[in-house]
Write a protein that binds this ligand. Sequence first.
Ligand SMILES: Nc1ncnc2c1ncn2[C@@H]1O[C@H](COP(=O)(O)OP(=O)(O)O)[C@@H](O)[C@H]1O
Ligand SMILES: [Mg+2]
Length: 329
Amino acid sequence: MSFVTVENLQKNYASTAVFSDINCVINQGEFVTLLGPSGCGKSTLLRCIAGLTSVTRGKIFLDGKNIVPVSPQKRGIGMVFQSYALFPNMNVEQNVAFGLRMQKVSADETRQRVAEVLKLVELNELAKRYPHQMSGGQCQRVALARSLVTRPRLLLLDEPLSALDARIRKHLREQIRAIQQELGLTTIFVTHDQEEALTMSDRIFLMNQGRIVQSGDAETLYTAPVDAFAAGFIGNYNLLEPDDASRLMQRPINSRVAIRPEAIQLSLTGALEGEVRSHSLLGNVIRYRVEARGVELVVDVLNRSAADLHPNGRRVTLNIEASALCEVA
Ligand SMILES: Nc1ncnc2c1ncn2[C@@H]1O[C@H](COP(=O)(O)OP(=O)(O)O)[C@@H](O)[C@H]1O
Ligand SMILES: [Mg+2]
């Protein structure tokens, strides 16, 4: 059932439009990610939904009601930012209790709800710590707890993991997803990181230059990009112009095609010959640049053993299944 509906949303700064016609529907309990490059309008869209920035035109329905005229405090929306924005002079407990104090919730109930939510984010042991005594990951969990304690109808997360190191980021994204599912909380998550989007979301809205260019589940976005931008942004696709694609596949191809690097197989015998130009080790994957029929292709191969590595200059053959070619606009 539709829980959030954005209709013909436009946002201008002076005479410049960040976006002019955003439309999307989010279901109750869904975890949706706005994915796109820096500057495409993700934060602005989130801030319009939260009421932190005014809307030029259009409507935003939350649970059936247009919230554009409603003040941010009355929307029942929780928001977490990349910079945790904790109060430095308050300990964890006080930071988390702040929203409830504003709502004049009783001391007893506040104590109980704060304890509950600190347990949920696994911070009950650190309740008396101050922000400067904690790591970035712990601070971000406090910021999350501070939003959750108010029991929002909708949770907005604006790049909450971008400032954290890789290991903490992975752990925290699993934790956020688990909490979101446990609470059945409708959530809009913003990131520019495709891996984050692919692993966390029920659905992804891919944005570019103020437009949602594609929406769907991770599988769809990964395997069926709608255009060259989508193919370039998700999955490191090889993008080939029609004449390069035709020469490579030796049959007429009239549109641009995208081929995923892991959909190309390398072997030592076969019809399509190429030469390894370079390789780099990405941990469990070896990423080759292979030239074949005048086309340079990125090819990803699972790094099984050092003996399998093709050195630069090695003649190899490529195997590209017809189904690996994805026509894009
Ligand atoms: N307060 C503002 N005044 C003028 N332009 C802004 C303001 N905030 C954002 N913008 C512009 O709107 C566009 C989208 O910004 P933003 O929503 O922050 O992108 P993202 O979060 O996707 O990186 C950018 O071109 C940015 O410069
Ligand atoms: Mg942003």
